[in-house]
Design a protein around this ligand. Structure first.
Ligand code: AMP
Length: 297
């Protein structure tokens, strides 16, 4: 497994492997991460390995997507462990740029995806998706992969990046991958290590609420407003949960459906809906979501 620390290294490795730009003979799958790898990241890498000749992983904690009072400094990092896991997984190359490599000077050019990026996590974390879109756009230009893999745990991120690649005619397909969970339903996340044992116990409430909604939708007609109330009520069963948002949105545009319309009717008419949650336990912010698609029973 090749470790690349600079843009030139990365591109040279791709060129040496007939996987860079025009005339290349190998397909490249790319999995961008912030490291501290878990099975969710591994599932993206496995999917990439299945679909492509070569798989490139990047590990970069991107300062641009953290707000001033967020956890950039203390974000968990363990490069040696990540590299061991990547090697075991059969990753072909890892791109490990420093902040100086990615941002030798403060960029004057940033990528901003409007509308989708302004609601939910975009509203509570101003500038977050500009940081994500900017760094992913840079990474896609550096690696020029055929496919890039993203987890649906970050559904809004997937939507923002799919829109970005379409709007900018980027030659990379964005592949959505399902959310991997612990046995008790908690979505895997690098940030789960921040949780105290008590918070960790109660954090199962996110997925439990989404499942409660899913079950209720099978049993009774629910308006969007009722669904949101049901989500909030189930989340409140965990005394430590501080709700940031619990909303139903259209997917992938993240529009707000009319609160009085019936969720089942909207879905039946062909619109995919998504229930999205952001909940804080102490200083740890967790997100989760569930998609309700037209063809779903
Ligand atoms: P991160 O390192 O948190 O930036 O995540 C890197 C990629 O892994 C993103 O595309 C995430 O959506 C994805 N990811 C994170 N957690 C999970 C999970 N539990 N299941 C599937 N993918 C995930």
């Amino acid at each position: 497994m090749r470790r690349c620390y600079t843009v030139e290294d990365m591109r040279q490795w791709l060129a040496d492997n007939n996987a860079y730009k025009f005339g290349k003979t190998k397909t490249v799958g790319f999995v961008p991460t912030m490291g501290y790898l878990h099975d969710g990241h591994m599932s993206l890498l496995e999917q990439s390995k299945q679909d492509n000749d070569l798989t490139v992983l990047s590990i970069f904690v991107n300062p641009l997507q953290f707000g001033p009072s967020e956890d950039f400094e203390r974000y968990p990092r363990d490069e040696e462990r990540d590299l061991r896991l990547a090697e075991l997984c059969g990753v072909d190359a890892v791109f490990l740029p420093s902040v100086e490599v990615m941002y030798p000077h403060k960029p004057l050019t940033t990528v901003r995806v409007s509308a989708i990026a302004d609601v939910l996590c975009g509203a509570s974390r101003p500038g977050h998706f500009d940081g994500v879109a900017t760094v992913v756009s840079k990474l896609l230009h550096i690696v020029s992969p055929d496919r890039a893999y993203f987890g649906m745990k970050d559904a809004q991120q997937v939507a923002v990046l799919t829109q970005m690649t379409a709007d900018l005619n980027l030659d990379t397909a964005i592949v959505r991958c399902p959310t991997l969970r612990e046995e008790d339903g908690l979505a895997l996340s690098s940030r789960n290590v921040y949780l105290t044992p008590e918070e960790r116990d109660q954090a199962t409430v996110l997925y439990a609420s989404l499942q409660t909604l899913q079950q209720s939708l099978k049993e009774q007609r629910l308006s969007v407003a009722q669904a949101e109330q049901l989500l909030a009520a189930s989340l409140r069963e965990a005394p430590l949960a501080i709700i940031e948002y619990a909303e139903v949105r259209t997917f992938p545009r993240f529009g707000q459906p009319s609160p009085h319309s019936c969720m089942q009717d909207i879905i039946q008419q062909g619109t995919t809906l998504l229930a999205a949650l952001a909940v804080k336990f102490g200083t740890t912010r967790l997100i989760d979501n569930m998609v309700y698609a037209p063809d779903r029973e």
